[in-house]
Design a binder for this molecule. Structure first.
Ligand code: NAP
Length: 253
């Protein structure tokens, strides 16, 4: 019997995961398939489970990372803290039933990419500015906190001390080390967009990290590069997350 894995989300026809996992299965001669489950509403999730009894693991993406939680039996500590799930583990229970465990690999996937960055090593306590306040921004903040860094969120509607506006962002750039684009600005098919701030404040000391991986070079990265800053896109984080999902699903084999 072919084991089944897949991705739950909306508007996911261009997803990276399907190609990544199906190529992996082919290359490593794993008898499994990875399918895209494009749900118009999360209330369709229980019938998806009924229709696919051979499911061994799922990824979850926008807009269901939070909405999926009531359908799960238990959350990992990271998923609980971030209040978002991007991996579902199907754990077998003696007696033939299974329980659904929600995990979040966004933070670990991001953190793993920072280690090998020489500039990150040099910075004992890097100061980060995280553009956006959604699920990805929260996961990045969690990861930075774990690694001893400090951060401020940049929001169009800042609330509380941890958030600043795009206007105040400009004055903080000279004393910051990393600027992370955790907004969807610049993502295919809106490649001509980017977060709005004064890019002339950037210099070669800065790392400008875009969580977007399509296109390979976003406008945010292009403008940062023009100022001599180091740049990185979200592809490595994405690959790390996919591999972490596989590790989680492999625990049950
Ligand atoms: P999201 O929840 O849709 O949006 C993130 C935040 O961006 C929002 O909370 C909002 O913050 C800000 N934002 C949204 N639209 C904006 C606009 N038009 N102008 C300025 N700011 C805007 O997205 P997400 O799920 O957190 O993901 C964010 C990005 O990270 C996406 O591009 C996603 O593809 C990428 N991502 C990559 C990986 C990876 O592995 N590489 C993993 C997860 C996500 P405010 O309202 O506070 O301004």
């Amino acid at each position: 019997m072919v084991a089944e894995y897949g991705l739950v989300g909306k508007g996911i026809s261009h997803s990276f995961s399907g190609k990544f996992f199906n190529e992996k299965f082919l290359r490593e001669k794993i008898d499994a398939s990875y399918n895209l489950f494009d749900l118009s509403d999360i209330s369709l999730f229980p019938s998806l489970l009924e229709d696919h009894p051979l499911l061994k693991g799922l990824n979850v993406t926008s807009p269901y990372k939070r909405e999926i939680i009531p359908f799960l039996d238990i959350l990992s500590p990271e998923a609980k803290e971030l209040n978002a799930v991007n991996v579902i583990q199907f754990e077998k229970i003696p007696g033939g039933s299974r329980r659904l465990i929600g995990h979040n690999t966004d933070a670990r996937g991001f953190l793993q990419t920072l280690g090998p960055l020489e500039c990150f090593y040099k910075l004992k306590k890097p100061k980060a500015l995280i553009l956006g306040t959604g699920g990805a921004a929260t996961a990045v903040a969690y990861a930075l906190k774990k690694s001893g860094g400090s951060f401020r969120f940049v929001s169009r509607n800042p609330v509380g001390e941890s958030m600043i506006s795009y206007e105040s962002l400009n004055s903080l750039i000279p004393t910051s080390d990393i600027i992370i684009n955790a907004t969807p600005l610049g993502m295919y098919p809106d490649e001509n967009k980017c977060p709005e701030f004064d890019y002339s404040k950037l210099c070669p000391r800065h790392l400008c990290y875009d969580l977007i991986y399509n296109p390979e070079e976003t406008l945010f990265m292009k403008y940062a590069k023009e100022r001599g800053a180091m740049v990185k896109n979200g592809l490595e984080m994405l690959i790390n997350q996919a591999m972490l999902s596989w590790e989680i699903w492999s625990e049950d084999k």
